[in-house]
Design a protein around this ligand. Structure first.
Ligand code: TEU
Ligand code: CA
Length: 552
């Protein structure tokens, strides 16, 4: 067993706009995070992954960066960041930043130059193409609706943007672009940060022929055949590793659509010298139909378990996984995978057991530690997310039934995960004294940190128990994994073991009592943790989770 700090770490993901506002302007900021560091430390986490805090016009809330070396004034500017980093290090917390370099903002000076003329020295920092038959160069559609090509009057050419038109794709073919990016990375590592989460790193290399997609409305097919895992992606990542990553003791986790079982080891294989970990979406897209998130299908629970098992088997001994059930791009985990009505507390705790007993580095998304849920705002004007609003406009233009579509917005909008952190039962959930950039979920009156601090068996305190237990039992980090009943429709039951210890994790994903029917002599095991009291050893009550340790 080759012990590494980032393998044993539990990561806490912060969406800074929504975490804590210190100055009443309605926007969460870095001083707000600093004021909550004791709370964060108390969760038993080791690393904070901070979503983008750089200067940005915020077309996509910071995922459109106009200056990679400056912290946005909305968040408190450079001094606030320096203070955060040094405080965190004093407290033994590490800081991972978001690296968003598939695209920049159109307000980045590179792009402002690039669009000026065809012979501008920055022209080749982006992809420019003439149109075809009075239209865009090909039929690709952007992740956030519409063509991936925007025509620019000044030079009468189109530029490529896989996301919004304010997020032009950087041209990694250009060695100058790559050097600029590596310089930026050195800049932050020299400041002392401990790693990067790399945004959509799977799509940085393009097929330079830019062929038409056969089936442009089939989301997954288009991503897999045209956008992701381009011809030079691994060459670029190895170059980045050699020129930057290998020089520091840091961690990396790449994100992106199109990363799958087949290609995973190309990214994270220990012999590859590319990335430490990736976020894949096999379980997160599990309820997406061919048309993507607004074409939902029912989640297949057997397949859900299989995703964990297949990934564990694939990476075992050869790479390292990342375990997450939610982030700022998806609905709340308790609303998706648990039951956010009758069994919210039980299921939120049970999902915490899953999250913190799998092999891989565990990532907790802010608010999940108190069981925050999806929101259902009454009007589309309450929503902020560019993906949601663009999809809404597209649905309207296509003449869809907008009442039906609004239900999908409630279920799928990324704003579900972006409502302000619920600190207490007071105005705006204690997030701001001003007017929040996005309304809080009205359920903050029942669901908030303050009330859970006082309550011994709260979700919050259960998370603390789980992180501590994981820390004390390295078998849960490194040990082997086996699903005991892969075909069970309701139970997720697995074994974790190493040369010293053995654990059983038994989870009931249903609102019925379930008999375990496992071929196991429970006299050999001791119950270590359960998310709710009662019931016999061989039964799980609704949304119950139990963790046993072998004693003989
Ligand atoms: O997300 C990448 C990504 O694949 C998303 O488009 C995802 O498919 C979608 O959000 C699911 O609804 C990353 C960031 O995490 C996201 O916040 C950014 O908007 C996006 O990249 C562009 O930078
Ligand atoms: Ca603020």
């Amino acid at each position: 067993m080759n012990r590494v700090w980032w393998k044993e770490a539990v990561v806490y993901q912060i969406y800074p706009r929504s975490y804590m506002d210190s100055n009443g302007d309605g926007i969460g900021d870095i001083p707000g995070i600093i004021s909550k560091l004791n709370y964060i430390k108390s969760l038993g986490v080791d690393i904070i992954w901070l979503c983008p805090v750089y200067e940005s016009p915020n077309d996509d809330n910071g995922y459109d960066i106009s200056n990679y070396r400056k912290i946005s004034n909305d968040f408190g500017g450079d001094p606030a960041f320096d203070k955060l980093l040094s405080k965190m290090h004093e407290m033994g917390l590490k800081l991972v930043m978001d690296l968003v370099v598939n695209h920049s903002s159109d307000e980045h000076h590179w792009f402002e130059e690039s669009r000026k003329s065809k012979d501008n020295p920055f022209r080749d920092y982006y992809f420019w193409k003439p149109g075809k038959n009075d239209g865009p160069p090909n039929n690709w559609t952007s992740f956030f609706t519409g063509s991936t090509w925007e025509s620019d009057q000044r030079t009468n050419e189109y530029y490529l943007h896989l996301f919004t038109k304010k997020q032009p794709d950087l041209n990694w073919e250009n060695p100058k672009v790559r050097e600029e990016i590596y310089d930026i990375m050195h800049f932050w590592f020299k400041k002392g940060i401990d790693g990067f989460r790399m945004d959509v790193i799977s799509v940085i290399s393009k097929d330079l022929d830019f062929p038409d997609a056969k089936n442009p409305t089939n989301y997954n097919e288009t991503i897999n055949t045209h956008y992701a895992n381009g011809p030079r992606v691994h060459e670029f990542l190895r170059e980045m590793h050699e020129k930057v990553l290998s020089q520091y003791d840091i961690m990396t986790v790449g994100e992106g659509p199109g990363i799958d079982l087949e290609n995973s080891l190309l990214y994270v294989g220990e012999d590859r010298k590319e990335l430490n970990m990736v976020f894949h979406f096999d379980h997160m897209f599990i309820d997406n139909g061919p048309g993507g998130k607004y074409d939902p299908i029912e989640m297949d629970f057997i397949r859900f378990k299989q995703v964990f098992s297949l990934w564990d088997a694939r990476l075992k001994g050869r790479g390292w996984g990342s375990i997450f059930l939610g982030n700022h791009d998806f609905s709340r985990m308790v609303s998706r995978f648990g039951d956010d009505t009758h069994y919210r507390e039980d299921s939120a705790k049970m999902l915490a057991m899953l999250l913190l007993t799998m092999r891989g580095t565990a990532y907790i998304y802010q608010g999940d530690e108190i069981g925050m849920t999806n929101v259902a705002f009454p009007s589309i004007s309450d929503y902020n997310d560019v993906e949601t609003l663009n999809s809404w406009k597209e649905a309207e233009a296509n003449g869809l039934d907008m009442d039906e579509f609004f239900k999908l917005v409630h279920k799928q909008s990324r704003d579900n995960a972006r409502t302000p952190m619920q600190w207490k039962n007071s105005d705006n959930a204690g997030f701001t004294t001003g007017s929040p950039w996005l309304k809080p979920n009205p359920n903050f009156k029942e669901i908030n940190v303050e009330s859970q601090e006082d309550q011994q068996d709260s979700i919050l305190n259960f998370y603390r128990k789980m992180t501590a237990f994981r820390k004390a039992n390295l078998c849960l980090v490194y040990g082997d994994y086996e699903d005991l009943k892969p075909h069970d429709q309701n139970l997720f039951t697995y074994r974790r073991w190493d040369t010293k210890d053995e654990f059983l994790v038994l989870l009931n994903f249903s609102d019925q009592d379930r008999s375990l029917a496992l071929n196991i002599d429970f006299d050999d095991y001791e119950l270590k943790l359960s998310n709710k009291p009662g019931t016999s050893r061989t039964t799980l009550s609704p949304w119950q989770g139990k963790l046993f340790k072998r004693i003989s």
